[in-house]
Design a protein around this ligand. Sequence first.
Ligand code: ADP
Ligand code: TYD
Length: 244
Amino acid sequence: CCFKRRCKWINIKQNLSKRRTPWEKSNQWPIVGKLMNFTDGLFITFEGIDGSGKSTQSQLLYDALNDLGISAILTREPGGSIGAEIIRSLLVSGDTDRWSAETEILLFTAARRDHLEKTIQPALTKNQIVICDRFVDSTRVYQGVARADLRQTVDELHSIIIKKEPDITFIIDTDPEKSLTRGLARNSGEDRFEEFGLEFQKKLRNGFSELSKTEKSRCHLINGMRSKEEVSNDILNIVKDYTK
Ligand code: ADP
Ligand code: TYD
């Protein structure tokens, strides 16, 4: 049910159970020591069109870090804190014309501010790795490019209210037709953005692809049209490289 789904995400999964100490596993994956040395945490985001596999890949990365005994949390947007989950329910359901693009920018940013204050920043301060399913790049592309031509508004508001960019962003690139079918098949009742249709998803795909070119230092465009395992391996290798 909707409540259970919300709780799943509010009750952020904290990896505190160190099944093996990092140094015990460091032979298998030498980055462990380095990841443990981050002093300001590490902020990793997943982006892409609806149904592209972001949640799947966020979970697989979280599980891989968990297996290595690395302290990480898994969270999502819109949502990830009690207040932000309430705002989420306003945004993801109802008619497509329920909100204008401008109102959406304000609502997503309000939710993001609460999420940052209550969940993301406290975890980073504790030197944890934060894995977040969507962040400001979604607003840049959904509201800034696909819904309307408002990229500058998104960036200006972000620079005043949020002032935080991810360290690493994985953009999962997939075929809009397949992803839309997969997304709608979930029957989640949270399909307001899927209801904008295939042309909208195509615009989103282009928007994310353009963004990856302008934010080269942190954005990695990942071919998501492969098996879950293949995609996940690429992501793990990039996280490893990042820490070299
Ligand atoms: P998103 O979070 O981007 O909306 P999900 O991770 O929820 O996407 O994936 C949407 C659906 O597609 C789910 O049913 C999931 O199991 C499936 N899926 C995810 N990645 C793949 C993949 N690489 N190949 C085939 N199906 C996938
Ligand atoms: P999500 O649950 O991640 O959707 P999906 O699993 O289908 O990818 O996100 C909910 C919807 O909110 C999604 O359609 C994208 C949209 N969204 C925006 O339009 N702007 C934003 O800033 C964010 C974070 C999400």
